[in-house]
Design a protein around this ligand. Structure first.
Ligand SMILES: *[C@@H]1O[C@H](CO)[C@@H](O)[C@H](O)[C@H]1NC(C)=O
Length: 211
């Protein structure tokens, strides 16, 4: 009997030790390990696609509330018909509707460079910084060539942060028709398709309004 009792207590102690180790292990999961689980989701094809439809309020130099400013020019900017070498920095408001007073979604910040000698071809380098819903705090980075005389312009989504880690996708930009009497003010319409962490939604395409 004594022998059985001691085997029993050894088993109990072993179980306690195992249990303790398990709790310890769970508490000590390093950050890199958590990242691996996230990456596993991505590479198992559990990504979803979000459709983000938004408007950018482009208040250019000369507008009383301007958010776009020229910061550099080249030696030929003034004589180039396409303002070659002109660089602008912008911090434009993003809204849900074309109206500047509609729901604000965040800001788009970055640089545009007139980088084509023979037409209006603008090099874009933009970060979309979102401030609403499940997108709050996440960014999407867009890079590309903006041939502004085209009806539609397409840019690659090259990366992101927050729910957009490892994202890929594309953005379509069009110019929203404006009253020509209003100077130095344009509204750009964007439709962006981008992959994101699957844990945020069930359907294959989630619209920003559902977030
Ligand atoms: C500039 O911003 C102010 C404050 O939001 C606003 O009242 C005013 O109408 C704006 N001006 C123009 C020309 O849009």
């Amino acid at each position: 009997m004594a022998k059985l009792a001691s085997i029993g207590s050894i088993l109990t102690i072993s179980c306690l030790l195992l249990f303790t180790q398990d709790v310890y292990a769970r508490k000590q999961v390093p950050v890199a390990e958590k990242e691996n689980l996230f990456l596993r989701d991505i590479f198992l094809g559990k990504e979803k696609i979000v459709k983000i439809h938004l408007y950018v309020q482009d208040l250019r130099v000369g507008h009383p509330n301007a958010t776009v400013f020229e910061v550099a020019t080249s030696s030929i900017t003034n004589t180039s018909p396409y303002s070659f070498g002109s660089i602008h920095v912008l911090d434009d408001l993003i809204t849900e509707e074309p109206d500047i007073n509609s729901r604000p979604l965040g800001r788009v910040q970055g640089l545009t460079t007139n980088a084509d000698l023979s037409t209006f071809g603008i090099h874009l380098n933009l970060n979309f910084y979102f401030t609403v819903g499940k997108l709050a705090g996440s960014t999407l980075s867009i890079l590309g060539r903006n041939q502004i005389l085209d009806d539609q312009r397409e840019f690659p989504v090259v990366g992101g942060s927050g729910i957009f880690r490892f994202t890929r996708g594309y953005a379509i930009q069009t110019s929203y028709p404006m009253d020509p009497a209003v100077a130095n003010y344009g509204v750009l319409e964007y439709t962006i398709y981008a992959t994101y962490d699957s844990k945020l939604g069930e359907s294959d395409v989630v619209e920003i309004a559902q977030m």
